[in-house]
Design a binder for this molecule. Structure first.
Ligand code: ATP
Length: 659
């Protein structure tokens, strides 16, 4: 059966067929779009490669299989991470004949041992993507595995194995994995080099997060430029508390001891550890982790901590009769605090492969419950300590409320002061600030009345002007200054005139000249444009001035009706929409004749109206001739006008002469 849609005479689509549908295999998608996997190709992304490999060794440690990790940066931008864990599996993979598990891990996305929670309980790895991405984006990767007293090795370049897995012979005293790689300059550029200081900090913070691991840092001396040591050993039996102590140094805090704790979640679901202090002077510092992965953007574990601390302080306030404490917000508790929170949970969910933010919903409840109990004890076991902390937080709360009240007063006085200076006949819009607001300059009071009803009160202001305003091109400066209409206009716009004109101070985003669609209306619009050009040229140049396009006719036939801007538009509508129909034509004598709904629909509502933006003719503007043109057309000497009309008459079409 034939159908128009399948018509063979349709334009050829031969080139769009199965051959156009690509499936990126293996690690190709990673090289094509590295950003999807590591968040870009900048310095941060480069260091993300290091984090992926270190995280794998940390997962081995947290699972109880490793207690030592070495991080070594060598010349040639080579980074090597060695652990003494179980070693990546090397046996042939049952699903991929001829390939070892190691090769599968390194060359296939979504291969890993952390999906099921059998080999690891609370791991940072979960997507099975990390080390294969590192491999794809490295020009030289070398993996060594010591397992079952045997040593194995395989090398790769840009994700492709250079040879099959080699068995190198016995290694009786060694076990674990070594991953050594050089990031690909094709991806990260020639300048994409590891920064010793960044790696050093990364290695150190990992050690704080898990007391059961020792991390050794080594860096080729020629790479060390700053005060980063070339060698260091990190082990922190006190975990986060050690880290916090170092960070606080000798600063005085609200409580002599920090709030430090650790709590398992019920049902073997993981645990939370935290270390928090409130120095008297601090800008605040926050470190959140999940399964040793830093989550700088926070997430659900952080939300749980917020809730626990805020509710805990409010409850303590109630306990000691401090009613004010009910108004404490998380902002009061967090601002100026130095906080570290590390949770370990099963099967965590992050917002992306770069794991910046934890999104597992259960982490909020687990963390809140775990912390809350300890915090209640921290406050009430030693009442002086509780009072001291509550005192500091209440001070911060008072400051916040004071700032808020001041802002409120400032805002109010600013608005009322401004309102005082505004002309009486201006009907202003409710929104403060120019964004999205419009001033309609309307001809005559009756049109002003309709416009007031038709406007959007929030964003549209109305300024009615009476009849023809002064022609500024032929008036003296004194006369202009003395003119009330112009003074009102200038006040409403707020941007100053002549030398003082500053388009940035304009009180509205758009100024819309809305006059009747007749000769008088055109004359008034011309006078206004002359005014803007001469007195406030920048607001024209910056495109703030518009001409409304009210219709001249309303055409009706039965239940169909439409508006026509001018005679030409009317003829067009009669020949199309109303073709063959008996049309009733109504002519609007002025804007004031339209009812507010019609005015809104045709001329004022941004969704349905059309407007013209007033611009300066480019070729005149470039030659600084606009002023000259305006003077000739609008200035004191009628003979110049006459000459202009004679010279240009041929180009004026009949319709214009008609008008
Ligand atoms: N140092 C290591 N020791 C033991 N096994 C490892 C080591 N590094 C990686 N593996 C194994 O390789 C698998 C794949 O690692 P990969 O880094 O690709 O992903 P992942 O850690 O599972 O998840 P993610 O993509 O979230 O990092 C791991 O799940 C683990 O089974």
């Amino acid at each position: 059966m034939s159908h128009d849609l399948f018509d063979s005479s349709a334009p050829a689509t031969d080139s769009y067929n199965a051959s156009q549908i690509e499936v990126l295999e293996g690690l190709e998608p990673v090289r094509r779009r590295p950003g999807m996997y590591i968040g870009g190709t900048d310095e941060r992304a480069l260091h993300h490669l290091a984090a992926e490999v270190i995280d794998n060794s940390m997962d081995e440690a947290v699972a109880g299989h490793a207690n030592r990790i070495e991080v070594t940066l060598d010349v040639g931008n080579r980074l090597t991470i060695v652990d003494n864990g179980r070693g990546m599996p090397v046996d042939p993979h049952p699903k991929f004949p001829g390939k070892s598990a190691l090769e599968v891990i390194l060359t296939m996305l979504h291969s890993g041992g952390k999906f099921e929670g059998k080999a690891y309980a609370t791991s940072g790895g979960l997507h099975g993507v990390g080390v294969s991405v590192v491999n794809a984006l490295s020009v030289d990767t070398e993996i060594e595995v010591a397992r079952g007293k045997q040593l194995y090795r395989q090398r790769f370049s840009r994700g492709t194995p250079l040879a099959p897995l080699e068995e190198l012979g016995p290694t009786p005293n060694r076990r674990g994995t070594s991953v050594s790689f050089v990031p690909d300059p094709e991806i990260f550029g020639e300048h994409g080099r590891f920064k010793p200081q960044r790696l050093y900090r990364m290695a150190r913070s990992k050690a704080y997060l898990f007391a059961g691991v020792e991390i050794r840092w080594k860096c080729a001396p020629e790479l060390i430029g700053d005060d980063t040591p070339a060698e260091a050993v990190f082990q922190f039996p006190g975990g986060l508390a050690d880290h916090l102590k170092e960070q606080i140094g000798t600063r005085e805090c609200a409580t002599a001891e920090p709030f430090v704790g650790r709590q398992d979640f019920p049902g073997d679901q993981g645990r939370a550890e935290w270390a928090i202090a409130w120095p008297l002077w601090s800008d605040g510092s926050y470190s959140w982790y999940c399964n040793t992965i830093p989550t700088p953007a926070g997430g659900t574990h952080e939300a749980g901590l917020r809730a626990a601390l805020t509710k805990g302080l409010r409850a303590f306030g109630e306990l000691i009769g401090q009613k004010k404490a009910a108004q404490i917000t998380a902002e009061d508790v967090f601002n100026g605090g130095e906080m570290m929170l590390s949770v370990f949970i099963r099967d965590p969910q992050f917002q992306s492969q770069t794991k910046d933010r934890l999104s597992s919903p259960e982490a909020a409840r687990f963390t809140e419950n775990a912390v809350r109990d300890h915090f209640d004890h921290f406050l009430s076991d030693n009442m002086d300590r509780g009072r001291a902390l509550l005192g500091l937080i209440l001070e911060r709360m008072d400051e916040r409320l004071k700032r808020k009240a001041e802002r409120e007063v400032k805002r109010k006085t600013a608005t009322s002061a401004r309102k005082l200076r505004l002309p009486g006949k201006l009907t202003d819009c409710a929104n403060d600030g120019p964004e999205g607001t419009e001033l309609f300059i309307v001809e005559g009071d009756s049109a002003g009345g309709s416009a007031k009803q038709a406007r959007d009160r929030k964003t549209q202001a109305i300024l009615p002007i009476r009849g023809k305003i002064l022609n500024v091109a032929s008036a003296s400066a004194d006369k202009i200054r003395a003119n009330q209409e112009i003074a009102d206009l200038a006040l409403a716009l707020g941007c100053g005139m002549r030398k003082d004109c500053d388009a940035d101070r304009l009180r509205y985003e758009k100024i819309v000249i809305m006059t009747d669609a007749d000769v008088d209306g055109a004359h008034i619009a011309t006078l206004l444009m002359t005014f803007f050009f001469q007195e406030m040229p920048d607001i024209v140049r910056n495109g703030h001035v518009y001409l409304a396009q009210p219709p001249l006719y309303r055409l009706t036939a039965g239940s169909t009706s439409a508006y026509a801007r001018d005679d030409e538009h009317r003829a067009e509508l009669e020949a199309t929409l109303f073709k063959g129909k008996k049309v009733e034509v109504g002519r609007f004598k002025g804007l004031g004749e339209m009812n507010p709904n019609q005015l809104k629909e045709t001329t004022m509502d941004p969704a349905t109206r059309s407007m013209l933006r007033v611009t300066l003719p480019q070729e005149y503007e470039e030659r600084h001739l606009v002023k000259d043109l305006v003077d000739r057309l609008m200035g004191k000497h009628p003979e110049h006008r006459f000459q202009f009309i004679q010279a240009n008459a041929a180009s004026l079409d009949e319709a214009a002469i008609d008008a």
